[in-house]
Design a protein around this ligand. Structure first.
Ligand SMILES: Cc1ncc(COP(=O)(O)O)c(C=O)c1O
Length: 408
């Protein structure tokens, strides 16, 4: 019988995008939908980037070198140097977004049947990529009450088996906004060096850190051989469609593996690289990023304060990225709630789309009363969206109470 592979058949689809058809239907029915479900920034892509694309010195739109145009790699190296991270262009490859970067990292670190440790809740595509590569995700469960910081290192060590090959996380993290403290990373580094594990750190939100410090994995000298940095320009310069990022490591075997993986997929996008080269050549680029960060910080504060007024909401102030992961103690199935908001509810013609929590976990049953909200809308819209969300929660709880009474 003709059938697709077991691995693709098992893929769940993204919890962030799965409900999109319901949002389309809601809009068709005339509702305004506040999209708090997806991390697509609303900020215009910097002019210098767009001009770099427009003025790209291209007659033939050819493949770029597999590891990226030399100038792009040099521009990335200068960018890291501005954070005190010394890299050689040979230690870095340009990728098709961070998505390809963490895919390469998993492929480089793991064989089928191996295990990878990931703090949960995590960015769901890690789980999908692990699955299609035959790698088992072993979750390190973190809790909202701890601000999603890591549990004690002894607990993490107990999860390590002879199949464990790597620890993977985003920092600052999607979906929780946690920015790991240096001591936490040093704890992981100790485990990694003692147990020969790669440490894969996905850092697309580096500048979007409001409290604490974004510590890059490449700044831990003890991880010279173990660290793999994954990066992306998608979020920091609002260029998700550029599909551009990079992967860096000081381990020569890792670099050689990535070189080969890069060759078998040919090349990263040419136009976008010219955009990035131009952006990073602009002497004011740090200020451009800084203005965006100030906007997200203010949105975070606004959203956090507004959510705090919802009865039953349990939340901690995120330290970075542009997400908040919230528990609503009055619900027990956040997927059903997310559907309800799109199909059965509106307040004066408006509703809110949230990302249900369960898809961000590997542990069965976790996240069922949690949702991820992205603060990628202007503040007035965020305030309005929270009012709609509050009313939606009330309506959902009342509807369920009525249904229970009827069943009785
Ligand atoms: C932690 C994390 N890594 C990677 C990505 C994807 O990045 P890219 O657009 O560069 O593929 C995202 C997107 O939301 C993300 O949140």
């Amino acid at each position: 019988m003709l059938s697709v592979s077991n691995r693709t058949a098992q893929l769940e689809g993204s919890p962030i995008r799965r409900l999109a058809p319901l949002a389309v239907a809601a809009k068709k029915a005339g509702k305004t939908v506040y999209h708090l479900n997806i991390g697509q920034p609303d900020i215009p892509t910097p002019r210098s980037f767009m001009d770099g694309v427009k003025d790209a010195p291209i007659d033939v739109l050819s493949y770029s070198p597999s590891r990226g145009i030399a100038e792009t790699r040099e521009a990335f190296v200068r960018y890291y140097a501005s954070f005190g991270i010394d890299l050689d262009p040979e230690e870095l490859s340009v990728t098709i977004g961070g998505s390809e970067g963490f895919t390469f990292a998993i492929q480089t670190a793991c064989n089928p049947g191996d295990e990878i440790l990931i703090p949960e809740p995590f960015y769901p595509n890690y789980k999908g990529q692990a699955l299609v590569h035959g790698v088992k995700v072993v979750p390190i469960t973190t809790r909202i009450e701890d601000g999603f910081h890591l549990p004690p290192i002894e607990g993490i060590e107990r999860l390590i088996t002879d199949r464990t090959r790597a620890i993977l996380f985003s920092n600052p993290a999607n979906p929780t906004g946690v920015a790991y403290r240096r001591e936490e990373l040093e704890g992981l580094a100790k485990l990694a060096t003692e147990h020969d594990l790669f440490v894969i750190s996905d850092e697309p939100y580096r500048e979007l850190t409001y409290d604490g410090e974004a510590v890059s994995i490449l700044s831990l000298p003890e991880l010279r051989e173990h660290a793999i940095l994954v990066d992306s320009i998608s979020k920091r310069i609002s260029a998700c469609g550029a599909r551009l990022g990079c992967i860096a490591s000081r381990n020569k075997d890792v670099i050689s593996a990535i070189d080969k993986l890069s060759q078998i997929r040919l090349s990263p996008p040419t136009f976008s690289q010219y955009g990035l080269i131009a952006f990073l050549r602009d002497p004011g680029y740090k200020e451009t990023i800084g203005r965006m960060v100030a906007k997200f910080r203010s949105r975070r504060d606004t959203l956090f304060d507004a959510l705090g007024t919802i009865p039953g909401a349990v939340l901690r102030k995120p330290e970075g990225a542009f997400y908040i992961f919230v528990k609503f103690t009055q619900i027990d199935d956040s997927e059903a709630f997310a559907r309800f908001m799109l199909t059965d509810f509106d307040m004066d013609g408006e509703t809110v789309m949230v990302a249900p929590g369960a898809g961000f976990y590997a542990t069965e049953g976790k996240g069922s009363n949690e949702v991820r909200l992205a603060y990628v809308l202007e503040e007035e819209k965020l305030i309005r969206a929270v009012s709609v969300l509050r009313a939606g929660l009330e309506a959902y709880v009342n509807r369920r109470a009525e249904a229970t009474v009827e069943i009785r």
